[in-house]
Design a binder for this molecule. Structure first.
Ligand code: GTP
Ligand code: MG
Length: 220
């Protein structure tokens, strides 16, 4: 199977070597950077990753740019901050490659210090809404995921900020995709890196605003 791994990164230079080192053989890393000031792009390129530069800021913008750069049959997406283990992608990829799922997603199993209680609780509450309203069988917000590249392109997720994973789940549910969810490890982000989303009040507010916009559109 040919699979690209899109890794959105903003100032993750201290984390990226370990992430790339743990990537299972055969999976091709595509690091998407937009404006890192700590040399993330250079570090990733020196280690053999394809580096894509996206001018627009935002998690969704980075993920979308990475998807456009993918060439393999399958596309995986995971964070580059050291909180996730790329080896967990294998079980997800197998589900899609063996056609048991159209979308395989991770369900974070937190280790101490990986996320504050309000973040875990918030994610779970939103996932519960997705389950209830859209009948999508998930308990987390698809922090790590694998699908076929052409199917992802056709799905047409429009969010370019932090509502991207939520919109993806909503659209996949509406399209009646078969979705499987597997436990994946979740660890404290790498030392020397900084939280962009859930670790600060501003990041959390941004994410909540983006989630609300996605809900409004889904309701429509
Ligand atoms: N290219 C790019 N990557 C981003 C952007 N925002 C976040 N990321 C990356 O997306 C991933 C998730 O962001 P995090 O800051 O770890 O968000 P989080 O996991 O909710 O927050 P923590 O719990 O603090 O780790 C990381 O790999 C980030 O580097 C962005 O604007 N551009
Ligand atoms: Mg993180």
């Amino acid at each position: 199977v040919s699979c690209d791994v899109v890794i959105p990164c903003l100032d993750e230079a201290p984390a990226i070597p370990h992430v790339l080192a743990l990537l299972p053989a055969g999976l091709r890393p595509i690091v998407v950077d937009n404006g890192s000031r700590d040399g993330t792009a250079e570090v990733a390129a020196a280690l053999g990753a394809t580096v894509v530069h996206e001018p627009r800021p935002g998690y969704g913008a980075a993920v979308h740019a990475g998807l456009l750069a993918c060439t393999g049959e399958f596309t995986a997406v995971m964070d580059g901050d050291g909180s996730m283990d790329p080896r967990d992608l294998v079980r997800l990829l197998v589900d899609v490659a063996e056609d048991r799922a159209d979308l395989a997603v991770g369900r974070r199993r937190h280790t101490p210090g990986s996320a504050a209680w309000h973040v875990r609780w918030g994610n779970r509450a939103i996932a519960w809404q997705v389950r209830r309203r859209l009948d999508v069988p998930v308990t987390d917000l698809a922090p790590m995921r694998v699908a076929r590249r052409d199917a992802l392109l056709r799905l047409g997720v429009r969010d370019r900020r932090f509502g991207y994973p939520l919109e993806l789940l909503c659209r996949a549910g509406a399209a009646r995709w078969r979705i499987t969810e597997h436990d994946v490890g979740y660890h404290p982000r790498a030392r020397g890196t900084r939280s962009k989303v859930s670790g600060s009040a501003a990041g959390t507010m941004r994410a909540l605003r983006d989630f609300h916009r996605v809900w409004r559109e889904v309701a429509r």
